[in-house]
Design a protein. Structure first.
Length: 163
């Protein structure tokens, strides 16, 4: 059975595609790519059908990450097919939990930086959209730092299912 993870930000052109790309690479490196499926979405429909922001694509490519992406809006009906829904900031977390049809579905929603022990109390990944390229680099670094802990949690869940 495939384990499914969806990363969610606001418009699905900056933070969540970066997280999707980085985590997909981590899953492939760990040899779990046949067991784990990763995608992303936005809480809104502003950019549906668009590619990721050129600054996001540039930062990802510069660091060796691949990205094949078209923005889409997260739908409540998707909860049934997902194991984990990763919010990039507290606003997304609240919106997703509100959208969840059941308590069980709401429990699937987690903040990405909650998987980074060095994050402290600030668990938001700041939105780089209205800033310069440095914000996209900072976003990438935060995602990379949190991906280690997220991968460990996903691996534990996947192995638990296989036992």
């Amino acid at each position: 059975m495939t384990y499914r993870v969806c990363f969610v930000c606001t418009g699905n052109i900056c933070r969540s595609p970066i997280a999707e790309s980085v985590f997909r690479a981590r899953v492939e490196e760990a040899g779990l790519d046949t067991l784990v499926e990763i995608d992303s979405a936005g809480t809104g429909d502003w950019h549906e059908g668009e590619n990721a922001d050129p600054r996001a694509r540039s930062v990802l490519e510069e660091h060796g990450y691949a990205l094949d992406h078209r923005a889409r809006r997260f739908e409540s009906s998707w909860f049934a097919g997902l194991d984990l829904v990763i919010a990039l900031d507290l606003g997304h977390l609240k919106a997703l939990r509100h959208l969840a049809p059941t308590e069980e579905d709401a429990a699937k929603v987690r903040l990405l930086r909650s998987y980074d022990p060095s994050a402290g109390d600030d668990l938001d990944v700041p939105d780089p959209y209205y800033g310069g390229r440095d914000g996209f680099q900072e976003c990438l670094e935060m995602v990379e730092e949190a991906s280690t802990g997220l991968l460990a949690a996903v691996r534990e869940d996947v192995e638990g299912r296989m036992a």
